[in-house]
Design a protein around this ligand. Structure first.
Ligand code: 3MF
Ligand code: MG
Ligand code: MG
Length: 412
Protein backbone atom coordinates (compact mmCIF):
# COMPACT_ATOMS: atom_id res chain seq x y z
CA UNK A 1 0.00 0.00 0.00
CA UNK A 2 1.26 3.48 -0.77
CA UNK A 3 1.77 5.90 2.15
CA UNK A 4 -1.40 7.67 3.25
CA UNK A 5 -0.88 11.44 3.51
CA UNK A 6 -2.30 13.03 6.62
CA UNK A 7 -5.04 14.85 4.71
CA UNK A 8 -6.44 11.49 3.51
CA UNK A 9 -6.28 9.63 6.83
CA UNK A 10 -9.64 10.73 8.26
CA UNK A 11 -11.37 9.66 5.05
CA UNK A 12 -9.67 6.26 5.24
CA UNK A 13 -10.71 5.76 8.88
CA UNK A 14 -14.28 6.78 8.07
CA UNK A 15 -14.44 4.44 5.06
CA UNK A 16 -13.09 1.48 7.03
CA UNK A 17 -15.39 1.98 10.04
CA UNK A 18 -18.31 2.07 7.57
CA UNK A 19 -16.94 -1.10 5.97
CA UNK A 20 -17.00 -2.78 9.40
CA UNK A 21 -20.81 -2.59 9.35
CA UNK A 22 -22.78 -3.58 12.43
CA UNK A 23 -23.66 -0.02 13.33
CA UNK A 24 -27.03 1.31 14.47
CA UNK A 25 -28.77 4.54 13.54
CA UNK A 26 -28.71 7.48 15.98
CA UNK A 27 -32.47 6.91 16.53
CA UNK A 28 -31.88 3.30 17.56
CA UNK A 29 -28.96 4.25 19.80
CA UNK A 30 -31.12 6.82 21.57
CA UNK A 31 -33.57 4.13 22.64
CA UNK A 32 -31.02 2.79 25.16
CA UNK A 33 -30.26 4.54 28.44
CA UNK A 34 -26.62 5.17 27.53
CA UNK A 35 -24.74 8.23 28.76
CA UNK A 36 -21.57 9.84 27.52
CA UNK A 37 -19.33 11.49 30.12
CA UNK A 38 -17.85 14.90 29.37
CA UNK A 39 -14.50 13.70 30.72
CA UNK A 40 -14.39 10.59 28.52
CA UNK A 41 -14.63 12.42 25.20
CA UNK A 42 -12.51 15.35 26.42
CA UNK A 43 -9.73 13.06 27.72
CA UNK A 44 -6.55 14.13 25.94
CA UNK A 45 -4.55 10.94 26.43
CA UNK A 46 -2.44 12.14 29.34
CA UNK A 47 -1.38 10.07 32.37
CA UNK A 48 1.46 9.89 34.85
CA UNK A 49 3.82 8.63 32.15
CA UNK A 50 1.96 10.01 29.12
CA UNK A 51 1.80 13.44 27.51
CA UNK A 52 -1.51 14.39 25.91
CA UNK A 53 -1.98 13.28 22.30
CA UNK A 54 -5.21 15.14 21.52
CA UNK A 55 -6.12 18.84 21.64
CA UNK A 56 -8.63 20.05 24.23
CA UNK A 57 -12.31 20.06 23.34
CA UNK A 58 -15.04 22.01 25.14
CA UNK A 59 -18.45 20.84 26.35
CA UNK A 60 -20.28 22.42 23.44
CA UNK A 61 -18.22 20.29 21.04
CA UNK A 62 -18.63 17.11 23.08
CA UNK A 63 -22.39 17.53 23.48
CA UNK A 64 -22.90 18.31 19.79
CA UNK A 65 -20.93 15.24 18.72
CA UNK A 66 -22.66 12.94 21.23
CA UNK A 67 -26.01 14.20 19.94
CA UNK A 68 -25.02 13.41 16.34
CA UNK A 69 -23.91 9.91 17.30
CA UNK A 70 -27.21 9.26 19.09
CA UNK A 71 -25.99 9.12 22.69
CA UNK A 72 -29.07 10.31 24.54
CA UNK A 73 -27.55 11.40 27.87
CA UNK A 74 -24.57 13.40 29.08
CA UNK A 75 -22.76 13.24 32.44
CA UNK A 76 -20.14 15.50 33.99
CA UNK A 77 -17.96 16.32 36.97
CA UNK A 78 -18.55 19.81 38.33
CA UNK A 79 -15.01 20.90 37.40
CA UNK A 80 -15.06 19.29 33.93
CA UNK A 81 -17.13 22.30 32.92
CA UNK A 82 -16.85 24.90 35.68
CA UNK A 83 -13.44 26.21 36.79
CA UNK A 84 -12.88 25.48 40.50
CA UNK A 85 -12.81 29.18 41.39
CA UNK A 86 -16.15 29.79 39.64
CA UNK A 87 -18.07 27.10 41.54
CA UNK A 88 -21.12 28.52 43.29
CA UNK A 89 -20.79 31.94 41.61
CA UNK A 90 -22.75 33.76 38.90
CA UNK A 91 -20.23 32.43 36.40
CA UNK A 92 -21.44 28.92 37.30
CA UNK A 93 -25.05 29.90 36.54
CA UNK A 94 -23.92 31.31 33.22
CA UNK A 95 -22.09 28.09 32.30
CA UNK A 96 -24.97 25.89 33.46
CA UNK A 97 -27.35 27.91 31.26
CA UNK A 98 -25.00 27.40 28.30
CA UNK A 99 -24.90 23.66 29.02
CA UNK A 100 -28.70 23.58 29.08
CA UNK A 101 -28.80 25.22 25.65
CA UNK A 102 -26.15 22.91 24.20
CA UNK A 103 -28.07 19.86 25.46
CA UNK A 104 -31.36 21.12 24.04
CA UNK A 105 -29.74 21.84 20.66
CA UNK A 106 -28.28 18.32 20.58
CA UNK A 107 -31.54 16.65 21.69
CA UNK A 108 -29.76 15.33 24.79
CA UNK A 109 -30.44 15.28 28.53
CA UNK A 110 -28.12 15.43 31.51
CA UNK A 111 -28.62 12.23 33.52
CA UNK A 112 -25.86 12.41 36.12
CA UNK A 113 -23.57 14.89 37.85
CA UNK A 114 -20.56 14.06 39.98
CA UNK A 115 -18.22 16.00 42.24
CA UNK A 116 -14.52 15.95 41.50
CA UNK A 117 -12.95 15.15 44.90
CA UNK A 118 -9.66 13.68 43.70
CA UNK A 119 -7.82 16.07 41.36
CA UNK A 120 -7.43 19.45 43.04
CA UNK A 121 -4.67 19.97 45.59
CA UNK A 122 -7.31 20.67 48.26
CA UNK A 123 -8.09 16.91 48.26
CA UNK A 124 -4.49 15.87 49.01
CA UNK A 125 -5.66 14.41 52.34
CA UNK A 126 -9.08 13.40 50.88
CA UNK A 127 -12.46 15.13 51.14
CA UNK A 128 -12.72 13.64 54.65
CA UNK A 129 -9.44 15.19 55.87
CA UNK A 130 -8.66 15.95 59.50
CA UNK A 131 -9.06 19.67 58.95
CA UNK A 132 -12.66 20.86 59.36
CA UNK A 133 -12.04 23.52 56.70
CA UNK A 134 -11.42 20.87 54.03
CA UNK A 135 -14.50 18.96 55.13
CA UNK A 136 -16.64 22.08 55.06
CA UNK A 137 -15.38 22.77 51.55
CA UNK A 138 -16.23 19.17 50.56
CA UNK A 139 -19.78 19.71 51.87
CA UNK A 140 -20.05 22.88 49.80
CA UNK A 141 -18.87 21.01 46.71
CA UNK A 142 -21.28 18.07 46.95
CA UNK A 143 -24.21 20.36 47.78
CA UNK A 144 -23.32 22.62 44.87
CA UNK A 145 -23.25 19.56 42.59
CA UNK A 146 -26.74 18.64 43.79
CA UNK A 147 -27.84 22.17 42.79
CA UNK A 148 -26.27 21.78 39.34
CA UNK A 149 -27.93 18.38 38.95
CA UNK A 150 -31.39 19.73 39.70
CA UNK A 151 -30.78 22.72 37.44
CA UNK A 152 -29.86 20.43 34.52
CA UNK A 153 -32.64 17.90 35.19
CA UNK A 154 -30.34 15.06 36.28
CA UNK A 155 -31.59 12.09 38.31
CA UNK A 156 -28.30 10.72 39.59
CA UNK A 157 -25.30 11.99 41.55
CA UNK A 158 -22.16 9.85 41.65
CA UNK A 159 -19.32 9.88 44.21
CA UNK A 160 -15.99 8.28 43.46
CA UNK A 161 -13.97 8.67 46.68
CA UNK A 162 -10.69 7.90 44.95
CA UNK A 163 -8.67 9.99 47.36
CA UNK A 164 -10.29 8.52 50.48
CA UNK A 165 -7.28 6.61 51.73
CA UNK A 166 -3.58 7.05 52.35
CA UNK A 167 -0.04 6.45 51.19
CA UNK A 168 1.58 5.79 54.55
CA UNK A 169 0.11 3.53 57.18
CA UNK A 170 -1.08 4.84 60.51
CA UNK A 171 -1.36 8.48 59.44
CA UNK A 172 -5.16 8.39 59.53
CA UNK A 173 -7.56 6.51 61.79
CA UNK A 174 -9.88 4.72 59.40
CA UNK A 175 -13.09 4.78 61.48
CA UNK A 176 -12.77 8.52 61.99
CA UNK A 177 -12.19 9.17 58.28
CA UNK A 178 -15.16 7.02 57.30
CA UNK A 179 -17.43 8.89 59.75
CA UNK A 180 -16.33 12.18 58.23
CA UNK A 181 -16.96 10.84 54.75
CA UNK A 182 -20.45 9.70 55.79
CA UNK A 183 -21.13 13.21 57.10
CA UNK A 184 -20.32 14.58 53.63
CA UNK A 185 -22.73 12.17 51.91
CA UNK A 186 -25.34 13.08 54.54
CA UNK A 187 -24.86 16.77 53.74
CA UNK A 188 -25.50 16.04 50.05
CA UNK A 189 -28.64 13.98 50.76
CA UNK A 190 -30.08 16.50 53.22
CA UNK A 191 -29.45 19.37 50.83
CA UNK A 192 -31.01 17.31 48.03
CA UNK A 193 -34.20 16.75 50.05
CA UNK A 194 -34.57 20.52 50.56
CA UNK A 195 -33.82 21.45 46.91
CA UNK A 196 -36.03 18.72 45.47
CA UNK A 197 -38.91 19.90 47.64
CA UNK A 198 -38.43 23.50 46.58
CA UNK A 199 -38.26 22.54 42.90
CA UNK A 200 -41.05 19.96 43.00
CA UNK A 201 -38.64 17.31 41.72
CA UNK A 202 -37.75 13.85 42.97
CA UNK A 203 -34.55 13.62 44.98
CA UNK A 204 -31.47 12.37 43.15
CA UNK A 205 -30.20 8.84 43.45
CA UNK A 206 -26.82 9.10 45.17
CA UNK A 207 -24.41 6.46 43.91
CA UNK A 208 -21.08 5.44 45.42
CA UNK A 209 -18.42 4.18 43.00
CA UNK A 210 -15.60 1.98 44.27
CA UNK A 211 -12.12 1.45 42.84
CA UNK A 212 -9.67 -0.82 44.68
CA UNK A 213 -6.47 1.17 44.12
CA UNK A 214 -5.29 4.34 42.37
CA UNK A 215 -4.90 7.21 43.03
CA UNK A 216 -4.34 6.42 46.75
CA UNK A 217 -2.12 3.51 47.73
CA UNK A 218 -4.79 2.24 50.13
CA UNK A 219 -8.45 3.08 49.63
CA UNK A 220 -10.91 2.94 52.53
CA UNK A 221 -13.89 1.85 50.43
CA UNK A 222 -12.13 -0.25 47.78
CA UNK A 223 -14.98 -2.40 46.46
CA UNK A 224 -18.70 -2.25 45.81
CA UNK A 225 -19.18 -4.74 48.65
CA UNK A 226 -17.30 -2.47 51.05
CA UNK A 227 -19.65 0.29 49.98
CA UNK A 228 -22.72 -1.86 50.61
CA UNK A 229 -21.46 -2.38 54.15
CA UNK A 230 -20.82 1.38 54.47
CA UNK A 231 -24.37 2.17 53.31
CA UNK A 232 -25.77 -0.28 55.88
CA UNK A 233 -23.39 0.80 58.65
CA UNK A 234 -25.78 3.20 60.37
CA UNK A 235 -23.54 6.18 59.56
CA UNK A 236 -25.82 7.51 56.81
CA UNK A 237 -28.89 9.56 57.71
CA UNK A 238 -30.62 8.58 54.43
CA UNK A 239 -29.34 5.15 53.42
CA UNK A 240 -32.42 4.70 51.21
CA UNK A 241 -31.15 7.51 48.95
CA UNK A 242 -27.70 5.98 48.55
CA UNK A 243 -26.77 3.07 46.30
CA UNK A 244 -23.99 2.02 43.97
CA UNK A 245 -22.44 2.97 40.67
CA UNK A 246 -20.25 -0.09 40.13
CA UNK A 247 -17.69 0.16 37.36
CA UNK A 248 -17.03 -3.03 35.40
CA UNK A 249 -13.25 -2.63 35.28
CA UNK A 250 -12.89 -1.42 38.88
CA UNK A 251 -14.17 -4.80 40.06
CA UNK A 252 -11.90 -6.73 37.68
CA UNK A 253 -9.00 -4.70 39.04
CA UNK A 254 -9.23 -6.44 42.41
CA UNK A 255 -9.78 -9.81 40.79
CA UNK A 256 -13.55 -10.02 41.24
CA UNK A 257 -16.11 -11.48 38.88
CA UNK A 258 -18.01 -8.31 37.92
CA UNK A 259 -21.20 -10.26 37.31
CA UNK A 260 -21.11 -11.65 40.86
CA UNK A 261 -20.53 -8.12 42.22
CA UNK A 262 -23.57 -6.92 40.29
CA UNK A 263 -25.61 -9.83 41.59
CA UNK A 264 -24.82 -8.84 45.18
CA UNK A 265 -25.74 -5.22 44.44
CA UNK A 266 -29.02 -6.35 42.86
CA UNK A 267 -29.90 -8.47 45.89
CA UNK A 268 -29.31 -5.47 48.14
CA UNK A 269 -31.53 -3.32 45.88
CA UNK A 270 -28.57 -0.97 45.39
CA UNK A 271 -27.69 -1.23 41.71
CA UNK A 272 -28.55 2.36 40.74
CA UNK A 273 -26.11 3.18 37.92
CA UNK A 274 -23.38 1.31 36.01
CA UNK A 275 -20.07 2.50 34.50
CA UNK A 276 -19.36 0.39 31.44
CA UNK A 277 -15.90 -0.27 30.09
CA UNK A 278 -13.40 -3.10 29.86
CA UNK A 279 -9.84 -4.04 30.78
CA UNK A 280 -7.70 -6.66 32.45
CA UNK A 281 -7.74 -8.39 35.84
CA UNK A 282 -5.35 -7.15 38.52
CA UNK A 283 -3.97 -4.36 36.35
CA UNK A 284 -4.32 -0.58 36.49
CA UNK A 285 -7.36 1.37 35.33
CA UNK A 286 -6.89 1.13 31.57
CA UNK A 287 -10.52 2.13 30.84
CA UNK A 288 -10.82 0.29 27.52
CA UNK A 289 -14.09 0.49 25.56
CA UNK A 290 -16.83 -1.97 26.52
CA UNK A 291 -16.51 -5.45 25.01
CA UNK A 292 -13.02 -5.08 23.53
CA UNK A 293 -11.38 -7.36 26.10
CA UNK A 294 -14.03 -9.55 27.72
CA UNK A 295 -16.99 -9.81 25.31
CA UNK A 296 -18.16 -13.16 26.70
CA UNK A 297 -18.19 -11.89 30.26
CA UNK A 298 -19.97 -8.75 29.08
CA UNK A 299 -22.62 -10.87 27.38
CA UNK A 300 -23.16 -12.72 30.65
CA UNK A 301 -23.29 -9.49 32.65
CA UNK A 302 -26.04 -8.21 30.39
CA UNK A 303 -27.96 -11.48 30.63
CA UNK A 304 -28.02 -11.02 34.41
CA UNK A 305 -29.04 -7.36 34.20
CA UNK A 306 -31.83 -8.09 31.72
CA UNK A 307 -33.08 -10.90 33.94
CA UNK A 308 -33.42 -8.40 36.78
CA UNK A 309 -34.94 -5.56 34.73
CA UNK A 310 -31.92 -3.24 35.03
CA UNK A 311 -32.11 -1.05 31.92
CA UNK A 312 -29.52 1.61 32.77
CA UNK A 313 -28.12 4.17 33.03
CA UNK A 314 -25.10 2.68 31.31
CA UNK A 315 -22.35 5.28 31.53
CA UNK A 316 -19.55 5.03 28.95
CA UNK A 317 -16.75 5.63 31.46
CA UNK A 318 -13.81 4.65 29.32
CA UNK A 319 -10.92 6.47 27.74
CA UNK A 320 -10.42 6.48 24.00
CA UNK A 321 -6.83 5.22 23.62
CA UNK A 322 -4.13 7.80 23.10
CA UNK A 323 -3.54 6.38 19.63
CA UNK A 324 -7.01 7.64 18.62
CA UNK A 325 -7.31 11.18 17.25
CA UNK A 326 -10.12 13.62 18.08
CA UNK A 327 -11.69 12.69 14.74
CA UNK A 328 -11.38 9.05 15.79
CA UNK A 329 -12.97 9.73 19.20
CA UNK A 330 -16.24 10.64 17.49
CA UNK A 331 -16.05 8.60 14.29
CA UNK A 332 -14.78 5.31 15.79
CA UNK A 333 -14.40 5.25 19.56
CA UNK A 334 -17.85 6.37 20.78
CA UNK A 335 -20.11 5.05 18.01
CA UNK A 336 -18.31 1.68 18.05
CA UNK A 337 -18.56 1.40 21.86
CA UNK A 338 -22.28 2.17 21.76
CA UNK A 339 -22.82 -0.32 18.93
CA UNK A 340 -20.91 -3.11 20.69
CA UNK A 341 -23.02 -2.48 23.79
CA UNK A 342 -26.29 -2.61 21.84
CA UNK A 343 -25.23 -5.79 20.03
CA UNK A 344 -24.29 -7.47 23.32
CA UNK A 345 -27.53 -6.26 24.92
CA UNK A 346 -29.63 -7.74 22.10
CA UNK A 347 -27.58 -10.94 22.17
CA UNK A 348 -28.29 -11.17 25.89
CA UNK A 349 -31.96 -11.16 24.91
CA UNK A 350 -31.25 -14.12 22.60
CA UNK A 351 -29.49 -15.95 25.41
CA UNK A 352 -32.52 -15.50 27.62
CA UNK A 353 -34.73 -17.07 24.96
CA UNK A 354 -32.38 -19.77 23.75
CA UNK A 355 -34.17 -23.15 23.87
CA UNK A 356 -30.97 -25.12 24.56
CA UNK A 357 -30.05 -22.98 27.54
CA UNK A 358 -33.64 -23.05 28.77
CA UNK A 359 -33.89 -26.80 28.67
CA UNK A 360 -30.44 -27.32 30.20
CA UNK A 361 -31.16 -24.88 33.04
CA UNK A 362 -34.59 -26.38 33.71
CA UNK A 363 -33.11 -29.88 33.78
CA UNK A 364 -30.43 -28.83 36.27
CA UNK A 365 -33.10 -27.35 38.52
CA UNK A 366 -35.35 -30.40 38.18
CA UNK A 367 -32.41 -32.54 39.24
CA UNK A 368 -32.61 -36.33 39.39
CA UNK A 369 -35.62 -36.33 41.66
CA UNK A 370 -34.02 -38.29 44.48
CA UNK A 371 -35.51 -37.61 47.87
CA UNK A 372 -33.36 -35.21 49.92
CA UNK A 373 -31.39 -37.17 52.43
CA UNK A 374 -28.08 -37.61 54.12
CA UNK A 375 -26.43 -39.89 51.55
CA UNK A 376 -23.92 -37.65 49.75
CA UNK A 377 -22.70 -40.40 47.43
CA UNK A 378 -26.21 -41.35 46.32
CA UNK A 379 -27.12 -37.71 45.62
CA UNK A 380 -24.04 -37.20 43.50
CA UNK A 381 -24.50 -40.48 41.64
CA UNK A 382 -28.10 -39.57 40.82
CA UNK A 383 -27.18 -36.14 39.41
CA UNK A 384 -23.79 -36.63 37.85
CA UNK A 385 -24.78 -36.87 34.18
CA UNK A 386 -26.91 -33.75 34.43
CA UNK A 387 -23.96 -31.73 35.71
CA UNK A 388 -22.28 -31.93 32.28
CA UNK A 389 -24.87 -29.32 31.31
CA UNK A 390 -22.80 -26.62 33.05
CA UNK A 391 -20.12 -26.96 30.41
CA UNK A 392 -22.71 -27.35 27.67
CA UNK A 393 -24.28 -24.03 28.70
CA UNK A 394 -20.83 -22.40 28.55
CA UNK A 395 -20.35 -23.78 25.04
CA UNK A 396 -23.75 -22.52 23.96
CA UNK A 397 -22.99 -19.01 25.27
CA UNK A 398 -19.79 -18.90 23.20
CA UNK A 399 -21.75 -20.15 20.17
CA UNK A 400 -24.21 -17.31 20.59
CA UNK A 401 -21.35 -14.81 20.95
CA UNK A 402 -19.71 -16.11 17.77
CA UNK A 403 -22.92 -16.47 15.80
CA UNK A 404 -22.46 -20.25 15.52
CA UNK A 405 -26.01 -20.82 16.79
CA UNK A 406 -27.19 -19.22 13.55
CA UNK A 407 -25.36 -21.81 11.48
CA UNK A 408 -21.96 -20.15 11.09
CA UNK A 409 -19.36 -22.86 10.52
CA UNK A 410 -15.97 -23.07 8.89
CA UNK A 411 -14.84 -25.81 6.54
CA UNK A 412 -11.27 -26.01 5.47
C1 3MF B 1 -12.09 6.80 37.91
C2 3MF B 1 -13.51 6.83 37.53
C3 3MF B 1 -14.14 8.18 37.62
C4 3MF B 1 -15.57 8.15 38.10
C5 3MF B 1 -16.14 9.53 38.09
C6 3MF B 1 -17.60 9.52 38.41
C7 3MF B 1 -13.17 9.75 36.12
O1 3MF B 1 -11.53 5.60 37.64
O2 3MF B 1 -14.07 5.85 37.14
O3 3MF B 1 -14.09 8.76 36.33
O4 3MF B 1 -16.36 7.31 37.33
O5 3MF B 1 -15.43 10.32 38.97
O6 3MF B 1 -17.86 9.88 39.66
MG1 MG C 1 -12.39 4.12 36.15
MG1 MG D 1 -16.07 5.31 36.72
Amino acid sequence: MTPVPVNQQQALVSRLIAACGGSYSPETRRRYYISGPQWAAAYQGQALFHAPTRPAIDFEGVIRKYGEIGIGYWTTHDTDVIPTEALGTDKQSEIVARIGKALANAGMKCSMVTTETFYHAVWAASPAAEDAGVRGYADFRVKNTVDIGHELGANFAVYWPGSLGYYVQGAVEETETLKWYAACINAACEHDIAVAKRKGRATLKHCLEAKPFEPQAEILLPTSDAMLAFIASGLLTHPEMVGLNPEYLHELMWGAAPRAVLARALLAGKLFHFDINDGYRLKHDVDIGVGLVNPLDWLNVLVLLRAHGFNGPFNLDYKPPRTTSNHGVFSVSFPAAVDRFITLWEMAGEVREDPVIHEATDALKAGAGVAPGADAKAIHEANKELLTLHELIGHRLVQILLGVHRGRTFSI
